[in-house]
Design a protein around this ligand. Structure first.
Ligand code: ADP
Length: 541
């Protein structure tokens, strides 16, 4: 019985011992855990502290840095951070700045925040947050100072502000009316010009519908359709013409264009409309059309006049010339009769003066004048025909054309011993016969107005300038005085007491032909040294 009990007791004893051991192990583990936790926590805290991208320091009451994380060490590499005076290091000042966050946190016991840009740190900008570390009495013993470098963000914000300002100034200073319109057709933003154009204030326009304020009734359907189209196509609609209306009901013509505005996800959020008042332009266009029509009428009238003058005046002139010659012949007969012997000498003497001087001189004046009129009429007829003749524009090989022109002057140049040189000439577009006429007139003049005192040299050259072909006919002749350099192109204008023949029409014809070709003629000249006539003509493709 005793043996039995002792065995059972042993079993119980063993069980108790196992439980006790387990309990002791638990207590030991607990103790060990209790011993390890602060170290682990501290290590874990340091890792977190160092892993932070922001610069974090802990500052004591004297503003000395007692702890700094890796980001801080990195930012101030080469500088001893621990123990450094916070203000000296961070703000470049000797003492605390009253409104700086760490100072505020020490004095108020509350967290504080500020954004500062530090000159002494290369104008970098920082976002600073400070948090109090208090003892059991609630006294702030230390401050955790978290600094984030926001220089990049600040730069972006500044650029954004500047670009917004530029946009705002552009928006306001633009002379066209510009409006941002929401998807219901209400103005959300308008510029000064929109207010000026409509007579509403900007405040009156914002929030109101475009149709109710700005668009004349007759164009409502049109603009609704156009805006729907802009939204549907999601782009910009070209320029449309709408009649706009002002606050006091005055209607005016406008050119209007619309485009969609999207948010950053690409969704259409607004429409932008730009309107231009074209009243003045339309008026100017109408005036231009009226003047052109008037000019056309005048031009027709001029052509008729030119034709009548040159053609119809010729018949009476021919009559005058014919009858003058008739009188001349009759006078001859009177003269012969007077020479006969049976005419008394007293009669002969009386008639001699009127017949030989008076009548004869008058007749020669009449004939000289009619011949002058004849020349003028021939010139006018030439000009009148020039304006009527149809021109055929083609690509011209100017080297070939000039060779033909020069051939026409071969005899004259040889006889006068003139050196006539032609350089390389670019092609141009023009009517062959008329361009031939231009250069014939210019070379003809160059020959005509050479200086007899020196051997004549005439050069023809060419090149390209501003997509035009420019040709020059240069001579070493008598030259043209500055005051005549423009008048020589006027009809029947001849310079000085020119002894050479001419009608004063050659250069007028040159200019008229070039006008019809979209070309130009101008000259440079120095009296006594020579002249350079330049001709520009389209090159074409
Ligand atoms: P025209 O030769 O028949 O007089 P143009 O119209 O051809 O008429 O020329 C007008 C005037 O310009 C001429 O009378 C002449 O005085 C002057 N002129 C034209 N070409 C030259 C030139 N190459 N050198 C000097 N004077 C010139």
């Amino acid at each position: 019985m005793k043996k039995q009990t002792s065995t059972k007791e042993k079993v119980n004893e063993l069980e108790r011992m196992r439980q006790r051991t387990a309990e002791l192990e638990k207590v030991d583990a607990k103790r060990k855990r209790a011993e390890e936790t602060p170290a682990l926590a501290a290590a874990h805290w340091q890792d977190t502290f160092d892993a932070m991208e922001d610069m974090v320091v802990i500052i004591d009451k004297d503003f000395h840095i007692v702890r700094a994380n890796r980001a801080m060490d990195k930012a101030f590499a080469g500088v001893k951070v621990l123990g450094a005076h916070c203000y000296e290091l961070m703000h470049g000042t000797e003492g605390p700045i009253p409104n700086c966050p760490s100072y505020q946190t020490f004095s108020s016991g509350e967290a504080a925040h500020a954004e500062v840009c530090e000159q002494h740190l290369g104008s970098r900008c920082f976002d600073i947050s400070t948090y109090p570390v208090k003892d059991n009495d609630g006294t702030v013993q230390q401050v955790v100072h978290v600094t984030r470098d926001i220089t990049g963000r600040k730069r972006v914000e500044k650029a954004l502000r500047e670009s917004e300002e530029k946009l705002r100034v552009t928006f306001e200073s633009i002379s066209d009316a510009v409006a941002v319109i929401d998807l219901e057709g209400r103005f959300t933003q308008v510029n000064e010009a929109a207010a000026r154009m409509t007579g509403y204030t900007k405040e009156e326009l914002v929030g109101r519908n475009v149709l109710d304020t700005m668009i004349a009734k007759k164009d409502h359907d049109k603009i609704v359709l156009d805006m729907a189209k802009t939204l549907e196509e999601g782009g910009a609609l070209g320029i449309r013409s709408y009649t706009l209306v002002t606050k006091d009901g005055r209607e005016f013509e406008s050119e209007f264009s619309t485009a969609v505005l999207r948010d950053s996800s690409g969704n259409v959020i607004n429409l932008i409309g730009v309107a231009r008042d074209v009243t003045e332009r339309k008026r100017a266009e109408k005036e231009r059309e009226r003047l052109l029509a008037e000019l056309e009428d005048k031009s027709k009238e001029m052509k008729q006049l030119l034709f009548v003058a040159s053609h119809d005046l010729r018949s009476p002139l021919v009559n005058i010339q014919g009858f003058t010659r008739e009188i001349e012949r009759s006078l001859q007969q009177v003269h012969s009769v007077l020479e006969e012997e049976d005419v008394p000498s007293a009669v002969k003497e009386k008639l001699a003066a009127p017949i030989e001087e008076g009548i004869a001189d008058s007749l020669s004046y009449i004939l000289a004048s009619t011949s002058k009129i004849d020349t003028l009429l021939t010139g006018l007829l030439k000009l009148s025909r020039l304006g009527q003749v149809a021109i055929t524009i083609e690509k011209l090989n100017m080297s070939e054309l000039m060779a033909e022109v020069v051939d026409g002057f071969e005899f004259q140049t040889k006889e006068a011993g003139v050196k006539l040189e032609v350089g390389k000439l670019p092609p141009c577009q023009g009517d062959k016969a008329q361009i031939n006429q231009v250069f014939s007139n210019l070379i003809g003049n160059a020959l005509k107005y050479l200086d007899p005192e020196r051997p004549g040299v005439i050069r023809v050259s060419g090149g390209k300038e501003d997509s035009k072909a420019v040709y020059t006919v240069e001579d070493n002749g008598i030259g043209i005085a500055p005051e005549h350099q423009e008048t020589v192109f006027q009809i029947f204008q001849r310079v000085g007491s020119s002894t050479s023949s001419g009608e004063g029409l050659g250069l007028t014809i040159v200019r008229r032909i070039l006008d019809r070709h979209g070309g130009k003629v101008w000259l440079e000249s120095e009296p006594g040294r020579g002249s350079r006539f330049h001709v520009s003509l389209p090159i074409g493709d």
